[in-house]
Design a protein around this ligand. Structure first.
Ligand code: BEZ
Length: 271
């Protein structure tokens, strides 16, 4: 984005196949689900943090990518809605700044050069325009918003298995807590919200669930734990067994389970 004319809208939508706020358990997230951060490396490259820049990492989790951005010389503020995540981030990276905050209404004292967000915006879907507005307010004019989130069709096989298992067990359709917009929808929101969209990619990223010996069931426990609250243990076991049966034909390979992730990755500039 550096060195490009800020006035012209250059929108690139690519779809290609690659091989390849909740109560969070921060320890499990870093251990079994470390791939969330591992897959963020190309996004940090797209952000291209420069020494001395001021950058917000929105939905920073336990701070792994915050630290990566800081290692390139930027001053980074990590923000996350989960106190458990922030507690762990502070313990792991005592020299860095982290605060608990909500993407829909966080406020910063001084403008930032960039807001970065990996695998977090889909958790803030109840009010996507409020998130975009908060990000805009946090940026200086010309500041970058660089992010990756789940796009339309993300986890389709996983969520279909969940819905079917719930229905078969006589439960109401589960209220899934995520927002997976189409590229056109999110680009429209960004433009309406005061951004020029420079890059927008939409692609499949099949993701090995290396640390999920119990496949889709483990994934549901980690990421959709709120659906299981207040259900009796025997029902949970039966539901998750059925989720695995239903998801296996699409997602289970000889080498292990593969989640059907679809990514929306973008770089936009504040007008
Ligand atoms: C994702 O990164 O796409 C994702 C993770 C957990 C739940 C839903 C989506």
């Amino acid at each position: 984005m550096r060195g490009r004319a800020a006035s012209e809208c250059e929108l690139i939508i690519v779809r290609y196949d690659t091989p390849s706020l909740m109560t969070w358990n921060a320890r499990t997230y870093d251990g079994g689900f470390g791939y969330v951060s591992a897959h963020g490396a190309p996004l940090v490259d797209l952000l291209d943090p420069r020494p001395g820049e001021r950058i917000v990492d929105l939905g920073c989790g336990t701070g792994v990518l915050t630290a990566e951005i800081a290692s390139r010389g930027a001053h980074v503020l990590g923000i996350d809605g989960s106190p458990a995540m922030i507690e762990k981030a502070l313990a792991q990276y005592p020299g860095l700044d982290f605060i608990v905050g909500d993407g829909r209404d966080f406020v910063v004292a001084q403008p930032y050069d960039a807001v970065f967000s990996n695998a977090a915006l889909h958790w803030m879907g109840s009010e996507p325009d409020a998130v975009i507005s908060s990000v805009r307010e946090a940026l200086a004019p010309g500041g970058r918003f660089v992010a990756e989130m789940g796009g339309a069709g993300n986890c389709a096989a996983l969520t279909a298995a969940v819905s079917t298992a719930w229905r078969e067990h006589g439960l109401p359709d589960p209220d899934l807590p995520w927002y997976f917009p189409t590229p056109a929808e999110y680009a429209g929101r960004l433009e309406k919200g005061g951004f020029v969209v420079r890059i927008l990619e939409y692609f499949d990223r099949p993701t090995p669930l290396d640390e999920c010996p119990n496949g889709a069931a483990d994934w549901v426990r980690m990421f959709a734990g709120s659906l299981l609250h207040q259900l009796p243990a025997e029902l949970i076991e039966s539901l998750l067994r059925r989720v695995n049966e239903l998801a296996a034909p699409a997602l289970r390979r000889e080498t292990g389970w593969m989640a059907d992730y679809v990514r929306l990755r973008f770089a936009a500039v504040r007008r």
